[in-house]
Design a protein around this ligand. Structure first.
Ligand SMILES: Nc1ncnc2c1ncn2[C@@H]1O[C@H](COP(=O)(O)OP(=O)(O)O)[C@@H](O)[C@H]1O
Ligand SMILES: [Mg+2]
Length: 238
């Protein structure tokens, strides 16, 4: 990794979906730099390309054209194994529908990535206990997802995304299924964890109220990205 380079750098990213006879040009030349420690919203209406862009940033999908750098590494032409390794080691994901394993308790869901990375039992317990406290789920560690509220499920998902200490967390509409109060709490929780752990966040949302709680807002419209300048509105700056 090169120090001083952005966590993510995108240049001229294009993505077109072909379905039968029709083509959707979802991303039309995205240029974007995300610096370490930033807490950024990716904002825009439904269908504007947010998930497409996040999937490319998260190495879940590939652009048709353009340059992608992660942690200073240029990934054009990188093979599937390198993508998988980089994704596992450096990126955490949070989704709208939480994507928790229904048969596991909250603590077990959070622990799961540590099992995959072969972390020893003692260290797993220590790390899981610590993050459960940080996300405020001490009283719910043994509960399965169907016995948790939406906000509690998303707390589990956020803890799971962070447990392996990724450099970057990608959250796709993490507040879309939550009421405004709970949604705001989730944003503040992620912001606090980002600060205390030095994690970079990129959060897609179609809700301007949530975007305004982030430190930086990238707007996406018709597959082109822009930057919304902050006016010192209703969120505190870092
Ligand atoms: N797998 C896919 N196949 C075909 N079209 C897709 C696919 N995924 C997304 N699209 C289209 O690409 C555009 C951008 O979608 P998406 O990235 O999901 O936007 P958003 O997340 O902002 O709602 C939309 O027109 C959508 O219909
Ligand atoms: Mg989407």
């Amino acid at each position: 990794m090169t120090t001083g380079s952005p966590i993510l750098r995108l240049r001229g990213i294009h993505k077109t979906y072909v379905v039968g006879e029709s083509r959707v040009h979802a991303l039309r030349g995205i240029d974007l730099d995300i610096e370490a420690g930033e807490f950024t919203a990716l904002e825009g209406p439904s269908g504007c390309g947010k998930s497409t862009l996040l999937n490319i940033c998260g190495l879940l999908d590939r652009a048709d054209q353009g340059e992608l750098h992660l942690l200073g590494e240029k990934l054009n032409g990188a093979g599937e194994r390198r993508f998988t390794r980089l994704r596992r080691e450096h990126i955490g994901f949070v989704f709208q529908n939480y994507n928790l394993l229904p048969v596991l308790s909250a603590a077990e869901n959070i622990e799961y990535p540590l099992l995959l990375s072969r972390t020893p039992r003692q260290a797993r317990r220590r790390q899981v206990d610590a993050i459960i406290e940080q996300v405020g789920l001490e009283a719910f560690a043994g509960h399965r997802p169907d016995h948790l509220s939406g906000g509690q499920r998303q707390r589990v998902a956020i803890a799971r995304a962070l447990i392996n200490r990724p450099r970057l967390v990608i959250a796709d509409e993490p507040t879309a299924n939550l009421d405004t109060e709970t949604a705001s709490q989730m944003i503040e929780l992620m912001r606090g964890l980002g600060r205390s752990r030095g994690t970079t966040f990129l959060i897609a949302t179609h809700d301007d109220r949530m975007a305004r709680r982030c430190d930086r807002i990238i707007t996406l419209l018709d597959g082109v990205a822009g930057e919304k300048r902050e006016n010192g509105g209703d969120h505190e700056m870092a």
